[in-house]
Design a protein around this ligand. Sequence first.
Ligand SMILES: NC(=O)c1ccc[n+]([C@@H]2O[C@H](COP(=O)([O-])OP(=O)(O)OC[C@H]3O[C@@H](n4cnc5c(N)ncnc54)[C@H](OP(=O)(O)O)[C@@H]3O)[C@@H](O)[C@H]2O)c1
Length: 258
Amino acid sequence: MALNNEIAARMFGLEGRVAIVTGASSGLGATVAETLAGFGAKVAVVARRKDRLEELAERIGGIAVAADLTDLDGIGQVVPAVAESLGPPEILVNAAGSMFTEERAESEPLDAMRRTLDLNLLAPFRLAQDVFPHMRAVGRGAIVNVSSISGRVGVPGIPQASYAASKLGLSGLTAELAVQWARHSIRVNTVAPGFFRSEITGPLYESERASEYLRRNTPLPKDGTADDIVGAIVWLAGDAGSYVTGQTIVVDGGWTAR
Ligand SMILES: NC(=O)c1ccc[n+]([C@@H]2O[C@H](COP(=O)([O-])OP(=O)(O)OC[C@H]3O[C@@H](n4cnc5c(N)ncnc54)[C@H](OP(=O)(O)O)[C@@H]3O)[C@@H](O)[C@H]2O)c1
């Protein structure tokens, strides 16, 4: 049977739903925000670079909320600001994330571990806590965290101990929140991308040696882009993913399948 618009709309339509997307000033977060808006969501875009957020928010008809997600006061302002201007959030995509060191584990400063956990793990948890009462009141919600294949496998030649720990932490958090909040029809999942082009990986793709390494280790014959990752997030954010919760979905061009 051919997919008709009614079925597509029922599965993927997000008309009127309020979504919060962190890390939306660049890379995957920006692509997710644009795509969710394309499916009808009212999107609040969150990161530090206000000018970029405002430009995107204007383009997609959403709002910009500038916040430093390593700062607890900053995080605490996000959900109330969104709820006040757009209404109760039903979708939260935690895409903001970063690496703070490229040191090998034996010399990695503990402070780098703390900073990494603050941004990559604590901020998603705190935002999930803040959206919870809204989702419970609405009677449904979808939280999608963005981790990394580095939370599943070591990556030879690119040291990232604290990043890996923070990303695997998201998977544990995901399973636990999914079970605790299932009774409210709040689904919690994680998408674990492999390598794709963005600001964070720019230097890797610019280096001939590194990009050749990435290509050699990726079975699918193309470099990843945010467009290759966003589909899994949209699926999990909407009703097409209505019976999926607590999972970590790997989207990596086959990197971890080898
Ligand atoms: N690219 C890859 O190969 C790859 C692979 C696996 C996983 N990932 C994950 O995918 C997600 C998106 O990354 P990306 O590749 O799209 O990288 P990106 O282009 O560097 O985007 C990172 C985003 O996080 C935001 N951010 C960083 N620090 C922040 C802070 N303190 N407060 C608020 N926002 C902050 C940045 O915005 P501001 O600077 O404006 O604050 C930016 O919007 C990340 O969680 C990353 O770990 C990426």
